[in-house]
Design a protein around this ligand. Structure first.
Ligand SMILES: [Zn+2]
Length: 112
């Protein structure tokens, strides 16, 4: 290593400069480059938006698919139902799908 005071070369384990007697321990303290903080910042930027975006698309898909299937099932049972039991099941599907769709709509609206 080189002395920060006079610039003369010294052994790496030397505590004092051989030419001017300056303490060399202070010059050894700061590391030339530290890659760890940079890696942490990259991790934070890459993970956080990915999780919220995935959750958003999951809620969106559920809010569209669940009522769609419920409405199709409900209309099918109400039109093709041979008796009152199946027609009431169809109505139940319709109301449930509308309720679930409204619930997901509120959830996606308030959470994001
Ligand atoms: Zn020196």
């Amino acid at each position: 290593m080189f002395c920060p005071e006079c610039g003369s070369e010294n052994p790496d384990d030397a505590r004092f400069c051989g030419a001017c007697g300056k303490t060399l321990n202070d010059a050894q303290q700061p590391a030339p480059d530290s890659p760890e903080p940079v890696a942490q910042i990259v991790d934070l930027d890459s993970t956080q938006p990915a999780v919220s975006a995935g959750l958003k698309w999951g809620i969106l898909a559920a809010s569209l698919l669940v009522p769609l299937i419920g409405v199709i099932m409900g209309i099918f049972y109400m039109l093709k139902g041979e008796n009152e039991d199946k027609k009431s099941v169809g109505r139940l599907w319709l109301f449930a799908s509308i309720g679930i769709g409204f619930f997901y709509f509120l959830l996606s609206g308030s959470g994001l």
